[in-house]
Design a protein around this ligand. Structure first.
Ligand code: ADP
Length: 302
């Protein structure tokens, strides 16, 4: 019996959002709307998405000893995420400065802050208490790569590792080999496989990524659903659910969290991905990232 259903290792950011008529050019000042502050970061988003679905979830992260850090800890706790492995201090909480124009186009500057200080030593400090008692551990790349590789090294033999390599970069072979699955959107697939390595359709992309060494691959395709591929097994198309999308922010994080959780419950990759597609579909029908994440009842009602 595990202590958690899912442990997420990753970033926690305060998203500072200002609506503007026009995004400023170099040297220009524009006036905007009142500031809105939202909890964000891919790690925190995934943890909140899983906890809202009912998964016993812990987050391994680092925030600053400051008001943004407290805002993040509060939002995680109130969603039911175990924050005992969220360290505080060492640098300001990570922030994303976001300007959005009326067409929905945005410009974003991220200061990783404390996320950049989540060290391999931080991972070692929580290995026995949090990482090992989990059937699934999921990570992204808004924290140092050496911390992600250390997490993989620390896992118990039976623990499944799920990686969404975002923001994408070239990955060491040892890390790729641990991914089960590697979850990418089209942009991430191109960076990781190299543009030329990808064939015509997403089924070919999944096969090309699988050839790099992960045990399994999921390519997410927005409104077109997803494709799953397993080493030595099938490539499966997972349809999306038809919905009226209003805001796709954080859909990929909700998809990844739901998939990782369901894999830990013992579902096959295509079945878990079909569930995750339903979770992603609900998330895009509502504004925001964490605010848009559904409960299991809401997914069942879709
Ligand atoms: P990312 O946000 O990482 O780019 P995607 O946009 O591919 O990820 O979204 C992840 C998943 O969420 C998709 O595979 C799909 O299942 C679901 N999804 C996203 N956008 C839509 C949409 N417009 N309609 C229905 N489902 C969607």
């Amino acid at each position: 019996m595990y202590d958690y259903d899912l442990v997420v290792v990753g970033s926690a950011n305060a998203d500072l959002v200002i609506g503007v008529e026009r995004r400023p050019a170099a040297g220009e000042t524009v006036l905007g709307s009142d500031l809105a502050v939202h909890p964000g970061g891919k790690g925190a988003n995934q943890a909140v998405a899983a906890a809202r679905l009912g998964a016993r979830t812990a987050l391994v992260a680092r925030v600053g000893d400051d008001p943004h850090g407290r805002l993040l800890l509060d939002s995680l706790s109130s969603s039911g995420v175990d924050t005992a492995a969220v360290a505080a201090g060492g640098a300001p909480t990570g922030v994303a400065l976001i300007t959005v124009d009326p067409s929905g186009d945005n410009s974003i500057v991220v200061s990783p802050g404390a996320n950049g200080r989540l060290t391999p030593e931080d991972a070692r400090a929580v290995a026995d208490r949090v990482l090992r008692p989990a059937p699934v551990v999921s990570a992204q790349l808004e924290i140092p790569l050496e911390t992600v590789t250390e997490v993989v090294r620390l896992l118990a033999p039976g623990t499944r590792f799920v990686l969404n390599p975002s923001p994408p970069r070239e990955l060491p072979a040892g890390l790729l080999a641990a991914c089960d699955p590697l979850i990418v959107n089209e942009h991430e697939a191109r960076v990781i496989a190299g543009d030329g390595a990808l064939g015509d359709g997403p089924e070919e992309w999944a096969r090309a990524l699988l050839a790099l060494g992960p045990r399994s691959v999921v390519v997410t395709l927005g409104a077109r659903g997803a494709v799953t591929a397993e080493a030595g097994g099938d490539v499966t198309r997972v349809p999306s659910v038809r919905v009226d999308a209003v805001d796709t922010t954080g859909a990929g994080d909700a998809f990844t969290a739901a998939l990782a959780w369901r894999l830990g419950l013992g579902e096959s990759l295509p079945v878990a991905a079909a569930y995750a597609a339903r979770v992603g579909a609900v998330a895009v029908t509502r504004e925001g990232a964490q605010a848009s994440y559904p409960t299991a009842e809401e997914v069942a009602a879709l």
